[in-house]
Design a protein around this ligand. Structure first.
Ligand code: AMP
Ligand code: MG
Length: 625
């Protein structure tokens, strides 16, 4: 209720001098930027949001909050941001947080506000105390009565600059929080990198607290995706592999071009290199051929006026020449003389410029890229024999359910063959993971605990199927919850409502866990829309799902309020646009519908019925990593 009384001000106006003058708030951090983490945590706690920044204003504005620049000159520090913030504050209270505090506590505003009220104070600020240590105040995490602006202005006018000094004549209360890590701010690029793999990983509850109206029993797809994205950590281990072996792997570092490609201006055609200025304005001109240049054999000859050089494709352009007349454009030509008429080419034609493919010092490929055939060629053109790639992600998986039989076993009454392990195998293989197939695990607490522990000790991620739905008559959920920080969701989607997600620990090793539903279609849908992105993120890869649009050839019934994934066949229609139709029965157990499909039709939460001819989002299966 108090949130509406408080404006939130993010202090992002600093110079980032300890980070080499970068803009701290915009530093990449855990798949977004620092300031976005701060925004996400602050937004549910306050009413209006404000950002104090002095650079990159458009980037900050794009976050949707007014951006205020310091009214005082010369970067006088955070107090200048606070002063400007107070001037523009339309609520009775203002809460400040620094842009480099991505872990700020979810109850920051509430607790500071309560203390302010209780003590009838002007200012309340956060502090922490670690065992056996002195209380550590954090005066930039501070709730201020907006009408105290004149006190701050007077302090600044006297030359005061201390964040903990300006309120010395006001009533200030200190509020001690337990979680010192929540106030940890990030001052150097090394710290930032270190935290990408956090020493103190956030808890799922902490991550979920950033979601407005979080309800694990009715979680929209996008919120589930967001929690997973924020919780999952990349595995940072780099290995050098031979160029060919890097195909399909994730590039671990930017590859910077050590050379210009091409190294020299060269000819794009077989023909005659000449100076463009010598081309005839009208009529014809005859040039004397003074040398022949082959690819790889440059010539030292410098053609004079009215002279040219025969040149082969890829040959280095002779000094002074800027144009190539393709030999078929010459009126006549041999190794002695060449005649050209006006207008045959323009000056500058058919010359490839040095560095036009890649400039020395530029990033040829960015870290996070999944290496494709063209990239192999690009790396070869730069002379790279070995490529730094992320180590393969190890993923263990198993199926649960007493009714499941493995191929080769007799199929008893009421039993089914385990198909999920095969679809999961296929999807993981396509992602380039190292795979640990643990078979079917019996539905007993001991067997499940054993399997989860083994998986956890040997893999970075674990994928299970089955046993996570409501009322499932098995122990899967219970055992998962015992082994770590695991949450069980009912996601607003069809198929595939139940989903378990978290991290489990065994003998000092931990692994991220995805408990997918058992139904064969649901398992694939959940894999593609939840596990895939998370696994890619763990792999350090940058490869968002390629959602495209197609025209629906038919009407599709759809209830708003949940995301629906239907199996479709997309093809080129008569007018050339892609058109999609659904594959027959869409039941979540009907794997045939998945096999016949070449795409999934994605009908988003807010969408209602689709009319024939409407455009819909589709996820094509081919081209999926
Ligand atoms: P559950 O999520 O365990 O309640 O399973 C839902 C449905 O999916 C049940 O009909 C299961 O028999 C089926 N199912 C579960 N796991 C598999 C699997 N690995 N292969 C094929 N069907 C499965
Ligand atoms: Mg089951």
């Amino acid at each position: 209720m108090e949130a509406g009384l408080i404006s939130g001000l993010i202090l992002a106006g600093g110079r980032g001098s300890r980070m080499g003058n970068v803009d701290k708030g915009l530093q990449p951090f855990r798949s977004s930027t620092m300031v976005e983490h701060v925004l996400a945590r602050l937004r549910p706690q306050v009413g209006p949001l404000l950002i104090s920044a002095n650079r990159n204003l458009d980037t900050y504005r794009a976050f949707g909050a007014p951006v205020l620049t310091d009214e005082m000159a010369d970067f006088p520090g955070p107090l200048a941001g606070l002063e400007t913030g107070l001037r523009h504050c339309a609520t009775p209270y203002l809460l400040t947080v620094p842009c480099d505090s991505p872990f700020l506590p979810p109850d920051l505003a509430a607790r500071l506000f309560a203390a302010l009220q209780e003590h009838d104070a002007d200012v309340a600020y956060a502090a922490t105390q670690e065992a056996g240590m002195l209380v550590q105040p954090h005066p930039v995490f501070c709730l201020v009565r907006a009408d105290r602006l004149p006190v701050l202005s007077a302090y600044l006018a006297q030359g005061g600059r201390r964040v903990d000094g300006w309120y010395r004549d006001l009533k200030a209360v200190e509020v001690v929080f337990d979680d010192a890590d929540a106030f940890r701010n990030i001052n150097t690029l090394d710290e930032l990198r270190g935290l990408e793999q956090p020493a103190f990983p956030a808890s799922l509850a902490q991550v979920a607290s950033c979601i407005n109206g979080y309800d694990p029993d009715a979680l929209p797809v996008r919120d589930a995706q967001r929690i997973i994205r924020e919780f999952v950590q990349p595995v940072r281990a780099v290995e050098m592999v031979a160029l060919r072996a890097s195909l399909g792997r994730v590039l671990a570092r930017d590859l910077v071009s050590p050379i210009n490609v091409p190294a020299h201006d060269n000819s794009a055609m077989d023909g005659y290199a000449l100076r463009g200025a010598d081309l005839p304005q009208d009529g014809v001109a005859t040039f004397k051929v003074v040398d022949i240049v082959y690819a790889g054999k440059p010539s030292a000859v410098v053609p004079g006026p009215g002279e040219c050089v025969r040149i082969m494709t890829g040959g280095v352009m002779p000094a002074g020449c800027d144009s190539v007349l393709p030999q078929e454009f010459a009126d006549s030509g041999d190794d002695v003389a060449m005649t050209v008429r006006a207008g045959a080419i323009r000056a500058g034609d058919n010359r490839r410029l040095a560095g036009e493919d890649l400039n020395i010092g530029s990033a040829a490929l960015k870290a996070g890229r999944i290496i494709r055939p063209a990239d192999l060629g690009l790396c070869a053109s730069l002379g790279f024999a070995e490529i730094p790639v992320q180590r393969r992600l190890r993923v263990a998986f198993f199926s649960t359910g007493d009714e499941l039989r493995s191929i080769g076993e007799p199929l008893g009454e009421g039993c089914v063959y385990d198909s999920n392990r095969y679809t999961i195998y296929g999807m993981l293989q396509r992602l380039g993971c190292e795979i640990i197939d643990m078979g079917v695990v019996r539905d007993s607490p001991e067997a499940l605990e054993d399997a989860l522990r083994t998986a956890c000790e040997n893999a970075d991620a674990i994928i299970t199927s089955g046993g996570v739905s409501v009322g499932a008559a098995d122990y899967t959920k219970q055992v998962m919850a015992q082994l770590g920080d695991v949450t069980f969701w009912k996601v607003g989607m069809r198929p595939g409502r139940p989903l378990a997600f978290g991290r489990i620990t065994s003998n000092g090793r931990s692994a991220f866990l995805f408990g997918l539903p058992g139904n064969p279609v649901a398992v694939m849908v959940s894999f593609y829309f939840f596990a895939r992105d998370a696994l890619l993120q763990m792999m350090g890869a940058n490869a968002p799902l390629p959602l495209l649009q197609a025209r629906s050839s038919e009407a599709i019934r759809k209830k708003p309020g949940r995301t629906e994934y239907q199996r479709g066949i997309v093809a080129r229609s008569v007018d050339g646009t892609p058109e999609v139709r659904l594959t027959g029965a869409q039941g979540s157990g009907i794997l045939r519908s998945m096999s016949e499909a070449n795409c999934m039709v994605v009908l988003h939460d807010e969408q209602g019925n689709v009319a024939a001819g409407d455009m819909v989002d589709i996820l094509p299966f081919e081209g999926l990593f």
